[in-house]
Each structure stands twice: as structure tokens, then as C-alpha cells.
Design a protein around this ligand. Structure first.
Ligand SMILES: N[C@@H](CCC(=O)N[C@@H](CS)C(=O)NCC(=O)O)C(=O)O
Length: 204
């Protein structure tokens, strides 16, 4: 079977994909990079990801970048783990919507609030509209639980769950009950615990 190698900095956005790999349960290697030493800007890594960003995943000859794309790829590539919603399933549309909602709405909404623009952009110009609507939309999606699509935990929970956990940790996402409950359900998952422990060890 083709080898999986995660290019990772601990902790960082690549921790999302570390968690995804733990949920997947397939063997993988970690190629650790130090962002503080600028190893992500060295030619060897720029050949892997010209953006100089982590994460990147190598699977055999394929290289995938962008955390949400990596989660989507792994879920589809290893369907036995039941972390995807396959083509043809009526829930696939909703599944894809949430995989994209993380990087295209939640992240920019959170970052724009943390580092506001000098001139406020019109709501219509912003893909996420406004912060409160974005948060209310996510809260409604995770409120009922246990997972975004109901009983099945999917890659969409890794992407959205990581946004919520990290956002609350850095006080960038409000600690509302829907988010706290969802984060507690995630924290109880053995794969999330293994990923957290691995990250701590790697960072240490
Ligand atoms: N859009 C990318 C963002 C990745 C990203 O910004 N990673 C940060 C770590 S949290 C990074 O590599 N920063 C190093 C740098 O930009 O020099 C994704 O979602 O994977």
C-alpha cells in the first residue's frame, strides 16, 4: 500500500490532519518541520508545497495540500473508515458544504475579527457575510448532535470541529453552549486524544 507521510508542524493547522489520520487508523509517517526555524520556506519543502505552508500530505506519488482537502481526500481514499459520505448518498451535498464551510467561511470570519481591516468590507463582498451569521449557522448545525450529519462522525466534523476547538481555545470563537458541548464530544474521542498527545510530545 502507498505510504502516507504528513508534513507537520506541532501544533498548527496541520494538527487538524494529524487528528484526521488518527481517526482513519491507517499507518502514517510524520515529517516534522519547524516554522520558527523557517524550515517551511526552504527549497526542499517548497518543492512539496510552493505555498510554504503546512500541512501537506504525500500518498505514494500524490501530494495534497490544504487541510480540508487532505481530510476530504483521506476520507474518500479509505472508505472503510466510514469518515466520508460517498457519491450517490443524499447526504453528500451537506457533507461537502461543511467541508468547504470551514476554510471558506469560519476561518476568514474568525481571522477578520481578530485582525480587522482598516476599512470594513461590505457584507456582500465577504464570502462569509458576517461573523454572527456564520457562528449562528455553525451552532445550529452542531446543536442536535452528536455530529454534523447526525449519528455518523465524518471528515466534516474534523474540519469544523477543529475550527471550533481552536477558535475557542484562542478566544476567537464564542464559548456558546452548542460549541462547548460539541467540543466536549470531540474531546472524548480516542483519536482526538491520541492526536493531542502526539502533538504535545512533538512540540515538546
Ligand atoms: N489554507 C491552508 C493554511 C495553512 C497555514 O496557514 N498553515 C500555517 C500554520 S497554522 C503555516 O504553514 N504557516 C507558516 C507560514 O506561513 O510561514 C490550510 O488550510 O491548510
Amino acid at each position: 500500500m502507498a505510504k502516507l507521510t504528513l508534513y507537520h508542524a506541532a501544533p498548527s493547522r496541520s494538527s487538524v490532519t494529524l487528528w484526521m489520520l488518527e481517526e482513519l487508523g491507517e499507518p502514517y509517517d510524520i515529517h516534522l518541520l519547524s516554522l520558527t526555524k523557517g524550515e517551511n520556506r526552504e527549497p526542499a519543502y517548497l518543492a512539496v508545497n510552493p505555498m510554504g505552508k503546512v500541512p501537506a500530505l504525500r500518498h505514494g506519488d500524490a501530494v495534497i495540500t490544504e487541510a480540508a482537502a487532505i481530510c476530504t481526500y483521506l476520507a474518500d481514499e479509505f472508505p472503510a473508515a466510514k469518515l466520508n459520505v460517498p457519491i450517490g448518498d443524499p447526504r453528500r451535498g451537506s457533507y461537502l458544504k461543511w467541508l468547504f464551510f470551514g476554510p471558506s467561511c469560519i476561518e476568514p470570519a474568525v481571522i477578520d475579527r481578530a485582525a480587522p481591516r482598516r476599512e470594513e468590507a461590505r457584507r456582500g463582498m465577504l464570502g462569509y457575510g458576517d461573523f454572527d451569521t456564520t457562528m449562528n449557522t455553525v451552532a445550529a448545525a452542531v446543536e442536535q448532535g452528536p455530529w454534523i450529519l447526525g449519528e455518523q462522525f465524518t471528515a466534516a466534523d474534523v474540519v469544523i470541529g477543529a475550527n471550533i476547538r481552536w477558535g475557542m481555545m484562542f478566544k476567537m470563537i464564542p464559548e456558546r453552549p452548542e460549541f462547548l458541548d460539541y467540543a466536549a464530544r470531540i474531546a472524548a474521542r480516542p483519536a482526538a486524544q491520541r492526536a493531542d498527545a502526539k502533538d504535545k510530545e512533538l512540540a515538546g
